[in-house]
Design a binder for this molecule. Structure first.
Ligand code: ZN
Length: 183
């Protein structure tokens, strides 16, 4: 029997890989859109079927809380690659209810980091505004509207790319439109 998580994953993988079972898909998403959402585990294999899409249909970018901290950082970089290199024509920012990044207790986060051996001086030097840097927010809807605004206002994203904002329920799969990118 396998012991570690890595061993269990590799064991599952050895049963999963079957030559010829998965026909090659094109690199460009078939439905030509990008999703920017949260890394929440409940969204895995749930958000995509809830949107009627599957493997090969869309670019998916994820981070903690679907937040954009640096307007020229990794999220915008990925969207620029998606639009200019991979044929993406629309962008969907999808937050979700009950997000772990809503109401983060920054003092408690700092405490947990230092308890695990992270130097206080490293936090102060690298991420002095810890709450801002981690992307904490209080309302998922407000965060989605804010992120849609940042992407919409980015001078690096073409004006004709609709940017939609939605909220997803991780329990029943319902999607609610917060910002309609066509308007
Ligand atoms: Zn989340």
């Amino acid at each position: 029997m396998s012991d570690t998580l890595l061993e269990r994953i590799l064991e599952a993988n050895s049963k999963f890989v079957r030559p010829g079972a998965f026909p090659p898909l094109p690199k460009n998403p078939q439905k030509q859109f990008a999703i920017f959402t949260c890394m929440d585990t409940r969204l895995v294999d749930f958000l995509e079927p809830a949107m009627g899409i599957s493997r090969g249909d869309a670019k998916v970018i994820k981070n903690a809380g679907n937040t954009v901290i640096d307007p020229n950082g990794g999220v915008i970089r990925s969207l620029v690659a998606a639009v200019f290199m991979l044929g993406v024509e629309e962008i969907f920012v999808i937050g979700h209810r009950d997000c772990g990044m809503a109401d983060v207790d920054i003092d408690s986060l700092r405490g947990r980091m230092t308890a695990r051996g992270i130097e206080e001086s490293a936090i102060d030097a690298l991420v002095p505004e810890l709450g801002q840097w981690i992307g904490a927010f209080s309302c998922p809807e407000e965060n989605v509207s804010r992120v849609v605004g940042i992407i919409r206002d980015s001078p690096l994203i073409p004006r004709d790319v609709p940017v939609h904002g939605l909220i997803f329920c991780p329990n029943d799969g319902h999607l609610e439109v917060i910002c309609n990118g066509y308007e």
